[in-house]
Design a protein around this ligand. Structure first.
Ligand SMILES: Nc1ncnc2c1ncn2[C@@H]1O[C@H](COP(=O)(O)OP(=O)(O)OP(=O)(O)O)[C@@H](O)[C@H]1O
Ligand SMILES: [Mg+2]
Length: 332
């Protein structure tokens, strides 16, 4: 496999914009809701990149665009240097195998009338990945890979726990032999101890199968545990990017700081998640975006210009970028 050094990033998202159209009331005017507003990020081969932000910040919409499930109105998504939107036919099918999603709505993504075996076999069959006679064996291998005994193959989704459902979704993703996994809130709604098991599993599989991962979570402790880089998203934009260690030890953007302050005080996975607080104020409505920096109505470092200028991501050096006037040329 070529290294990132030789071939450039595995995934490059550039200036991605996604606008939804909605009507205000039954007969009101149509509104353009900018859910993703100029997102750029990279995942190099072997990277585990965290995408964090509160609910509604545009994480899932970004993920869906990366997978080609949501058409962006601007920007591009390059996978191994190739623009996803330009692909069709066999090239698109090949790419669909190489990027796999562990969806946020894990239970909703499983057909309740299909057994685990049928769910995991489907991709193997459609993409003719293994001969028919080896399919059963391959499903058993995949189940073992995600820590499920062979007898789970004959169960239906309703007979599974939340953690087991995630494991089935992970096995289904692995069945395609991906190089990139986009895991959208893989631990949301699980008990703290089960969250830790799922994160450990992802960590182990990443090493065993040399996977790169884009890990989406609103929970900073999850990202801290698994990721080497973090992108912090607020109201459709990346507001801070950096190496995990640096970002956690020295957060720059007031939003990142607020997120960290609201995070559990005991950061170890498996303890303390219940201590979580929340950031003061509310995420604005997409129907009425604030002027200037979208975080300014909640920001404790608000100063002149913040309600007028929408700051671009500004490189601070040391692989750190921040979109805040406190750090941009204009404020110096
Ligand atoms: N199909 C749609 N039509 C209109 N608005 C949408 C649509 N899908 C998402 N949105 C809006 O876009 C914004 C971003 O949604 P998205 O699901 O990407 O956020 P998220 O960061 O994944 O949130 P969460 O943490 O709750 O999963 C939200 O305000 C959401 O209401
Ligand atoms: Mg989401």
């Amino acid at each position: 496999m070529p290294t990132a050094m030789e071939s450039g990033p595995l995934l490059e998202v550039e200036h991605l914009c996604v606008t939804f159209s909605a009507r205000k009331g039954s007969f009101g005017p149509r509104l353009a809701l900018k859910a993703v507003d100029g997102v750029s990020l990279e995942v190099a081969s072997g990277d585990v990149v965290g995408l964090v932000g509160e609910s509604g910040s545009g994480k899932t919409t970004t993920a869906r665009s990366i997978l080609g499930l949501q058409k962006p109105d601007r920007g591009s998504v390059l996978f191994e240097g190739r623009e996803i939107q330009s692909l069709s036919g066999p090239d698109l099918r090949a790419l669909r195998k190489r990027i796999q999603l562990i969806p946020q709505d894990a239970i909703g993504s499983l057909n309740p009338r299909r057994t685990v075996r049928q769910t995991i076999s489907e991709g193997l069959q459609v993409h003719k990945l293994v001969p028919k006679e080896s399919r059963q064996e391959r499903v058993d291998e995949l189940l073992a890979d995600v820590g499920l005994a062979p007898e789970f193959a004959d169960r239906y989704p309703e007979e599974l726990s939340g953690g087991q459902i995630r494991r089935v979704c992970i096995a289904r993703a692995l069945s395609m032999g991906p190089s990139l996994i986009v895991a959208d809130e893989p631990t949301a709604g699980l008990d703290v101890s089960v969250q830790a098991q799922i994160l450990n599993l992802l960590q182990e599989l990443r090493r065993r199968h040399q996977l790169s991962v884009l890990l989406i979570s609103h929970d900073l402790s999850v990202v801290r545990y698994l990721c080497n880089k973090v992108a912090v998203m607020y109201f459709g934009r990346i507001v801070e990017l950096g190496e995990t260690r640096d970002l956690f030890s020295d957060p720059k953007h007031p939003y990142t700081r607020a997120l960290l302050e609201a995070a559990p005080t005991v950061s170890a996975i498996g303890r303390g998640n219940e201590l979580k607080g929340s950031i003061g104020g509310e995420v604005p409505s997409l129907a009425a975006p604030p002027a200037g920096c979208s975080f300014h109505p909640r920001c404790n470092q608000f100063h002149q210009g913040c309600d007028e200028i929408s700051p671009e991501l500004f490189e601070l050096g040391g692989h750190r970028s921040v979109a805040c006037l406190l750090y941009s040329d204009r404020s110096q």
